[in-house]
Ligand binder design. Structure first.
Ligand code: 5GP
Ligand code: ZN
Length: 112
């Protein structure tokens, strides 16, 4: 499958890894929108959050567990962090392997 994030997970395309366990992979976004901007993906490919929810809902728990574990290790609990996922054209999804942006490191503006 020609998927950028599957290739990153497999190590075929280099990335700055920040988290990994048997199910979940986290790496720095190449174009950060905040002092801390990382992406978390499940190692099993789904295209978007709808597909994941329909077919692989256990993945959500895996990914969120990974994110919260990493955030705790980074001491982000107190200052806080934001988790964002984009689905489809209107939301600006550009990579069609479900991923969760985690943004932190400054007081984040409102979105909309
Ligand atoms: P989306 O717009 O689909 O929600 O998010 C895709 C994200 O992937 C963007 O924030 C973009 O900067 C990031 N990205 C795109 N290509 C690469 C890459 O090759 N490596 C890394 N680390 N991030 C990428
Ligand atoms: Zn993929």
């Amino acid at each position: 499958m020609d998927c950028l994030f599957c290739k990153i997970v497999a190590g075929e395309i280099p990335s700055e890894k920040i988290f990994e366990n048997d199910k979940v992979f986290g790496f720095k976004d190449i174009s950060p929108m905040a002092p801390i901007h990382v992406l978390f993906v499940h190692k099993e490919h789904t295209a978007n959050i709808s597909e994941l929810s329909e077919t692989q809902s256990g993945q959500l728990q895996d990914v969120f567990k990974g994110i919260t574990q990493w955030a705790q290790e980074q001491n982000l609990d107190e200052g806080g962090f934001r988790i964002v996922t984009n689905q489809g054209v209107d939301a600006g999804q550009t990579v069609f392997h479900t991923h969760f942006h985690v943004l932190a490191g400054k007081k984040l503006g409102r979105f909309g």
